[in-house]
Design a protein around this ligand. Structure first.
Ligand SMILES: [Zn+2]
Length: 56
């Protein structure tokens, strides 16, 4: 299973912190072009932080 966090411009720092706390790996930062909302607010997500490895 892959871990992914969607975030808007404003919450990208927060998403990075959460990712590092939870997964303890630096995520890949990718641009999101589909219609997805931020995991922290209701804004449209601009970025997706995704693990580049599998989580058991
Ligand atoms: Zn947000």
């Amino acid at each position: 299973m892959k871990k992914a966090i969607y975030c808007c411009e404003e919450h990208v720092d927060m998403a990075f912190d959460d990712f590092l706390l939870e997964i303890e790996e630096t995520p890949d930062l990718m641009k999101v072009d589909k219609d997805t909302s931020c995991d922290y607010c209701s804004e449209k997500a601009l970025y997706c932080l995704e693990s580049n490895f599998s989580i058991e």
